[in-house]
Ligand binder design. Sequence first.
Ligand code: NVA
Length: 372
Amino acid sequence: MSNWTPEKTIVNSWNEWDPLRHVIVGKADNCHIPPEEPALDAKVPEDSDMRGQWGKRPQETIDRANELLDTFADQLRARGVKVDRPTPIDHSLPATTPDFHTDSQFGCMPPRDVLLTVGSEILEATMSYRCRWFEYLNYRPLMQQYWEEDPNFRHESAPKPRLTDADYHDDYLSEKIGVEKRLQWTADKFFVTTEEEPLFDAADVLRFGRDLVVQHGFTTNLKGIEWIRRHFPDHRVHAVNFPGDPYPIHIDATFTPLRPGLILNNPQRRLPDDQRVMFEKNGWEIVDAAQPAHNAPPALCYSSVWLSMNVLVLDPKTVCVEKSEVYQAEQMDKLGMEVVEVDLRDAYAFGGGLHCCTADVYREGGCEDYFP
Ligand code: NVA
């Protein structure tokens, strides 16, 4: 007879700032630039060097990114944070379901995009790109391990979407739309994804204890937000949008909570006044983030220069900031945060910054109500 008995708490994290004790850090192994597909094309800026490229990323860039991610993991361990790493699947394999086919997958550098930790639960997001449909598999060995060790761990997976052409607006697929039109569409909340079925990426969600703040944009639709609301009935779920962003995917280079009462907001992507009310009524301050130190993203990078504010908060007084982002570090210092410098810019192209390349497993503390 088996004597298997799960007996310790592994998974617990309710917000973006309580003291971090256990985290997943992604890997760049075998990362691919996926072939064209509707949602991905809509995100790549029209003047980007990414346009028209696909295939395995150059090995020397993969090695360099892994060197930086390994060093970041060591820095976290040196501060007493337990670090787990994914088991990369073969991203060169095509992804085929009865509904779609794409010739390659993406990678597993940004676990934050896929895994949403809420209390003792880790939820695998639906995802909204075809090339990321199977990305959860990179984390299954860890999920299985947590499940076996932690009797309270809830491993959940949102319904896999069909991602047929009906999930994407044709209008977004023409070659040159232009930033002005994109901004108008964003202001009108007309995004590349339709309301065919619930879609969300985990990186569109920020956790504030009892409240979840979710960006409505390219990668998360209203049905996705409604699905999250029904899935977490004890939470209040708030849809937000940022009209200044022509490519609205993932909230974590736009809106960055640092500690109870303090949030950085991208000054080009201001939270509309009517959506500020819950923060203002409860005495939260929303301050403009400092300017990025760079005028352009690194080569073959999907993200904007605003990865400067994609920081990882270690506790309400300590924050990891990318080493070259000197203005962001200076602002953190003025806001009373101790800054831990982390060299990560050469890994940005693999899926983001310090917040993107991590996913919470354990932070101290419980579920507080910050907006009573
Ligand atoms: N919307 C984002 C992605 C952030 C991780 C950007 O600014 O590129």
